[in-house]
Write a protein that binds this ligand. Structure first.
Ligand code: GDP
Ligand code: MG
Length: 375
């Protein structure tokens, strides 16, 4: 049901918060004036003061309902959609070579002039292959599918499943397959560590079949690519396969609208303030835009690309680091560009209230649980 903050209840009844609190203690409920109690409890307390409280069932506000209210993430007209680069996540069992493969891809695709600048880690990077772009999420694939999806957002277009050729399908491999299948994301299997003498491709393919992934050359639909991240072999092949799968998907977004993106990672920089890596998904994010993400808002003061270079604009499927937010946003949260500062502030502050209320509710739940434990 609905919750009411003790202080507000006291105001409504016309008594002091401490009077309410002592009644609540009498009822076995320990709360302070800033915490909330549920509406049934509020009715009982009000009765004790001879006040009949009627509960109005209000629609509970949430960060999602605010998004809707301000139509932050409206549908685009199909005629405004343009092709965009695929967003790829690498998944697989520990030590099968996810990090090594991402590093190999980075090195293969970086031109000499860019080398050196790419050392910084921002959680995502874009590579160019045959004049086409691919965006890789550099976060552990598992997180990309869990925390990133906490808000229902689906940011991955293609999953690369890394399986070590000398080890085979392992528990986290199966977990990764399940995540990708649940999200309806196509899987490309990178059979890694092909340089090892004990590498056994047929055994890996057999194990894939046992887990519902039938390789193309065995009559199925799963693309498998033998690679060696260590020796930089098969890297171009896997990039080409990604582009092929992406082409079939016909990925599109409208670049000419207020930007919508997802926070990939964020931290506080002592000198620069809150820094957030945003993966732009729709629209074009520009320096000077007003943005809001949860309770964090502000004007984009500067943007850096994945090579640390200053940029003015970032279109769909582009990762950028932005400066100018009022506080550090949460990874997985959506970020919206809005028309003006006032709108950003209103949404940010509304979200702050909602998040605080949710926090209070869970705090209250904890204190009640503690109380029962003591009883
Ligand atoms: P992750 O846990 O999946 O990110 O795996 P890493 O990329 O950290 O690799 C785990 C270990 O396997 C490291 O010691 C790598 O050097 C090694 N490794 C990764 N790829 C290859 C490969 O293609 N061949 C060989 N021989 N070793 C590899
Ligand atoms: Mg790793």
């Amino acid at each position: 049901g609905n919750n009411i903050i003790v202080k507000d209840l006291a105001d409504k009844i016309g008594v002091s918060p401490s009077q309410i609190i002592s009644k609540l203690i009498g009822l076995g409920v320990m709360v302070n004036q800033n915490q909330s109690i549920d509406s049934d409890m509020a009715v009982i307390v009000a009765e004790e003061f001879g006040v009949e409280l009627t509960i109005q069932e209000t629609v509970e506000e949430s960060v999602e309902s605010i998004e809707e209210k301000f139509s932050l993430d409206y549908e685009d007209d199909p005629k405004d959609l343009k092709a965009r680069a695929p967003i790829v996540t690498v998944m697989g069992h520990v030590d099968h070579g996810k990090t090594s493969l991402l590093d190999a891809i980075k090195e293969t695709s970086v031109t000499k002039s860019e080398a050196g600048g790419i050392t910084q880690h921002i959680g995502a990077y874009a590579v160019n292959i045959n004049n086409k772009k691919i965006c890789f999420l550099d976060t552990p694939g598992h997180e990309a599918f869990t925390s990133m999806r906490a808000r229902g957002a689906q940011i991955t277009d293609i999953a690369i499943l890394v399986v070590a050729a000398d080890d085979g399908v392992m528990p986290q491999t199966i977990e990764a397959i399940n995540h990708a299948k649940a999200a309806n994301v196509p899987i490309i299997v990178a059979i890694n560590k092909m340089d090892k003498p004990t590498a056994n491709v047929d055994r890996i393919k057999q194990e894939l079949v046992e887990n519902g992934l039938v390789p193309e050359d065995w009559g199925g639909e799963t693309i498998t690519v033998p690679v060696s991240a260590k020796n930089r072999e098969g890297i171009e092949d896997i990039l080409e396969m990604i582009l092929l799968v992406a082409e079939i998907q016909e990925l599109k977004a409208n670049p000419n609208r207020n930007a919508v993106g997802t926070i990939i990672e964020a931290q506080l920089d002592k000198g620069k303030g809150p820094l957030a890596t945003v993966l732009v998904q729709k629209g074009t994010l520009q320096v000077g835009d007003m943005v809001v993400s949860g309770s964090s808002f502000g004007r984009v003061r500067a943007m850096l690309d994945d090579k640390g270079k200053r940029v003015k604009k970032a279109g769909p499927s582009t990762p950028v680091v932005i400066l100018g937010l009022s506080e550090v946003p949460n990874a997985g949260e959506l970020l919206y560009a809005v028309d003006d500062e006032k709108t950003a502030r209103i949404i940010g502050e509304k979200n702050k209230e909602i998040i605080r209320a949710e926090q209070m509710r869970s705090d209250q739940k904890i204190s009640l649980d503690d109380l029962f434990e003591r009883i």
